[in-house]
Design a protein around this ligand. Structure first.
Ligand SMILES: Cc1cc2nc3c(=O)[nH]c(=O)nc-3n(C[C@H](O)[C@H](O)[C@H](O)COP(=O)(O)O)c2cc1C
Length: 201
């Protein structure tokens, strides 16, 4: 049995978000194939996740063991560490990830839990895990000069790698805000890709 963490980061609710349409399709297909797996849905807006609190960073460093698992912030890092698979779902916002997702990364990328510092530099502690990132974008980042400006999927790929998760696949739906595009067709193609991925994930 695998533990799957479905991380959702969008202010738009279910039913309106195009990104969630794709990631929900992946999850539904995945659940059909792996009914025995444990899926945890982590909607960051529902969690009401805040930025790291002012003046509390030192205190966070001193929390240890079981206390950490029950801590309102560190519990997210332990939950992250204990998952086997991750599905992240977010739109690109201003060339990067939505701020709430960055706040979540600040909760889970914790030295001594999800990565550690060694004499040879930082080493990820999340081993033998896989991630799929579902991202939608209004524009097109497939070629320069836009390609270099894309810092949403690229950032997530890098920070997951930093925590040890090197098996990282992206399903992207681009050009969704280009008015001449058939957006339903773009979404349909991305949903097909996501459902196919669910079989190998
Ligand atoms: C605050 C905000 C910032 C955005 N910034 C970008 C951007 O930098 N690049 C881009 O291609 N699209 C941008 N978009 C468009 C969304 O990424 C795009 O419409 C996406 O498909 C929305 O997904 P959703 O329907 O799941 O919310 C932005 C949208 C919002 C609301």
């Amino acid at each position: 049995m695998s533990k799957v963490l479905y991380i959702k980061a969008n202010a738009k609710p279910e039913g309106e978000s195009r990104t969630f349409r794709i990631s929900d399709s992946l999850i539904h297909k995945y659940m059909e194939i792996h009914p025995e797996d444990e899926i945890t849905v982590l909607d960051l807006y529902e969690e009401n996740l805040q930025f790291l609190p002012k003046g509390k960073l030192q205190e966070l460093r001193n929390v240890a063991g079981d206390e950490g698992r029950n801590h309102p912030i560190l519990k997210y890092a332990y939950q992250f560490l204990e998952a086997d698979k991750y599905i992240i779902s977010e739109p690109i916002w201003n060339l990067g990830i939505p701020a709430i997702l960055k706040a979540y990364i600040d909760y889970v990328a914790v030295g001594g839990i999800t990565f550690t510092y060694t004499a040879h530099g930082p080493v990820g502690m999340c081993k033998n895990k896989k991630a799929v990132n579902i991202i939608t974008r209004g524009g097109d980042y497939s070629s320069e000069p836009m390609e270099s400006l894309e810092m949403a999927d690229k950032y997530l790929r890098n920070i997951f790698h930093f925590m040890g998760i090197t098996d990282f696949t992206t399903v992207a739906a681009d050009r969704l805000d280009v008015i001449t595009e058939n957006t339903e067709e773009i979404l349909h193609t991305a949903i097909e890709e996501a459902e196919e991925l669910a079989m190998a994930f």
